[in-house]
Every structure is written in C-alpha cells, then in structure tokens.
Design a protein around this ligand. Structure first.
Ligand code: EPU
Length: 303
C-alpha cells in the first residue's frame, strides 16, 4: 500500500488506533500470521463509517477481524485494511430478560455478567474464546446448541457504511454457519433472548462442570485456533483424525494435539505453511481411511 493512502487513512481517524505493517500473530489465538498493511482498532462509529466508505471508493480490501480465535492468517499477512472493534464496542445492557451487547464484548465476560444477573441459557458457551460478534458470525457452540439459537436481532454496518438492524427472521443459522458470514458486514451490537431466570448458584455450578469437561477434553496449554474441521454428520472430526492415527504428528513447530486430534497447536513460532501442510495431510489420510471429506471450520485469510 502506498504512503499517500496510508497518510490519508491516518488523517481520517483520530480517536481510533492505526497501525501499519502490524504482525497479525499478535491478534490471532494461534499466534500465527504475517503483517497487515493497515490495522485499525476502531473506537468511534463515525470513523468506522469513514473507513468503510474510503476503502470502498479506493477499492482497498477490508477484512473484519473478530477475536481472531478461529482464524489462520498467511505468513505473508493481509493486504489492505484489517478492522477490529475496540473498547467502545465492549459493553452489556439488560432489558428485562433480554441482553444487549457490543460486538467486541468477550464471550466469557458476557457469560459471567449474564449469570450474575441470574439469566440462564448461555452456559454452553463456557470456555469459548473470542468476542460475541465473531461468535455470532460463525455461530459458535456445540454441534447441537449454538449462539444463533439466542439471537433476537443484530445491528450491523453494511459495506456501504449504512447501519441496519436485522431481526431474527431475516437471519439464518445452522451448524457453524450464519447468513452473516463472508459478507464483510461489521456486527456492531446484538440482542440475545430465550434466556430464563434461574438461581445464580445453579448457573455457576453448571458453568464449572462444563469448564472442567472442556479442559479435560481439549488442549489449553499451547496456542491454537480451536477445532480445525467441522464435525461431519457421521462422527466427531476429532475421533476420525485420532483413529486415522494422526495424533501428535508434527510439521515444523505445528503439531496435532495429542489430547484432541481436531486441534493443531503452535509449539513455538510455527508457520502458517506448517499448519496448512498438516491440514492437507489430515484431509488426505482421513479420506483414505474413512472416505470422508473433512471441511474446514477455521477461516483462512492471506497467503
Ligand atoms: N475424541 C477422541 N479423540 C480425539 C478427540 C475426541 O476419541 O482426539 C472423542 C471424545 O472422547 C468424545 C468425542 O470424540 O467422545 C467428542 O469429542 P468432544 O466432546 O471434544 O466434542 P467434539 O465433537 O470434538 C465439539 C465442537 C467443539 C466444542 C465441543 C464441546 C466442532 C467441530 N467441535 O467438539 O468446538 O468445544 O464439541 O464439547 O463442532 C470449536 O468449534 O473450535 C470447538 C472446539
């Protein structure tokens, strides 16, 4: 990206933080990824709008980052602008049994505050990293229960800089899919419903059990991007990769977890290309053994 464009961007925003050639490994849970030409931590709605309009006019690619917890970024990084919503979008409000939250609110903070308020239903998101905006776009959760089940409406900015509210009936959610995916829409706020009033202690007990279960089944000691593949209808991807004998396989500093085979771990300065090589190996082997084509759950961006 040329200097003139970079200077123009710097002038457009004053409240938000602009970083040039920002290493994306600082913004992904797996700690992998080369530099983004421009990285903006948005702290103002008007500035967000200005950037969206500017990038459209100048045909500069825009990538909207959520929590970076389900993402693989190429070693050569991302061309164009990466946008991340900052602290200004990290808030929670209550309206009866409905919960309103800014898109950059961490999922675990939301769960904590909602349970303090004696509202039950979201316990299943215990231990899920990332923020609520990203969780909605990817419809995070269990195979049988997802965050989409609790969405009442979503406020977002379109690629033309318009702010709209989409009600539940205008949205589609299914296993690890939402109609908000891959459209470069910027989720600003969400309203959650379908929550029920329950004793705080009961909610907390349920959360503790689920966290314990997750910690015993999934690796937490090394950075990862969560589950790499979606579960095919027939069985958990983890079981298939495990039974194909691939647990512990290592390429460079990327390794298939020995605890849960659907996780690839960064054992120290691992490269995107190492992770991709492992992914290709897994796909090939699982197809050879089970004749099942695994589909990626994590998002890939850049080369
Ligand atoms: N298993 C193995 N070997 C392995 C991994 C798992 O035998 O290497 C077995 C387990 O023992 C268990 C079964 O497979 O009997 C299912 O494992 P688990 O309960 O961990 O669930 P999963 O189907 O592998 C899904 C989600 C997870 C979510 C858990 C909650 C997908 C792709 N994965 O995993 O989501 O945390 O349920 O139990 O839908 C994510 O999306 O990033 C993610 C981790």
């Amino acid at each position: 990206m040329n200097k003139k464009i970079k200077n123009k961007i710097k002038k457009l925003v004053t409240k938000s933080k602009v970083l040039f050639d920002e290493p994306m490994c600082r913004h992904t849970s797996i700690r992998i990824g080369g530099p983004a030409d421009v990285f903006i931590l948005i702290e103002d709605l008007d500035e967000l709008k200005k950037i969206v309009i500017f990038s459209r006019k100048k045909k500069i690619p825009l990538f909207v980052l959520g929590g970076g917890t389900n993402l693989l970024v190429g070693d050569r990084g991302i061309r164009g602008i990466v946008l991340k919503l900052g602290r200004k979008f990290n808030w929670i409000r209550f309206k009866g049994t409905k919960v309103l939250a800014g898109a950059s609110t961490p999922v675990q903070k939301l769960l904590k505050v909602v349970s303090e308020y004696s509202l039950s239903g979201l316990e299943f998101i215990s231990g899920i990293p990332g923020n609520i905006g990203g969780a909605i776009v990817t419809n995070a959760g269990f195979p049988e229960k997802s965050i989409g089940d609790f969405i009442s409406s979503v406020k977002l900015m379109t690629t033309t800089g318009k702010i709209i509210t989409k009600e539940r009936n205008a949205l589609q959610f299914s296993y690890r899919f939402s109609s908000l995916k891959d459209k470069n829409l910027i989720i600003l706020e969400v309203v959650l419903n379908n929550l029920t009033i329950r004793k705080k202690e009961d909610i907390k007990r349920r959360i503790a059990i689920l966290l314990k279960k997750r910690r015993s089944a999934q690796p937490v000691s090394s950075p990862s991007a969560g589950c790499i593949f979606k579960n095919p209808r027939i069985a958990s991807a983890g079981i298939l990769i495990d039974f194909a004998g691939l647990k512990g396989l290592r390429i460079g500093n990327a390794q298939i977890s020995t605890k849960h085979a659907n996780f690839i771990l960064n054992k120290g300065h691992a490269k995107f290309r190492d992770v991709i090589a492992l992914i290709e190996k897994i796909k090939k082997r699982v197809y050879e053994v089970f004749r099942i084509k695994l589909e990626m759950e994590v998002e890939r961006v850049g080369k």
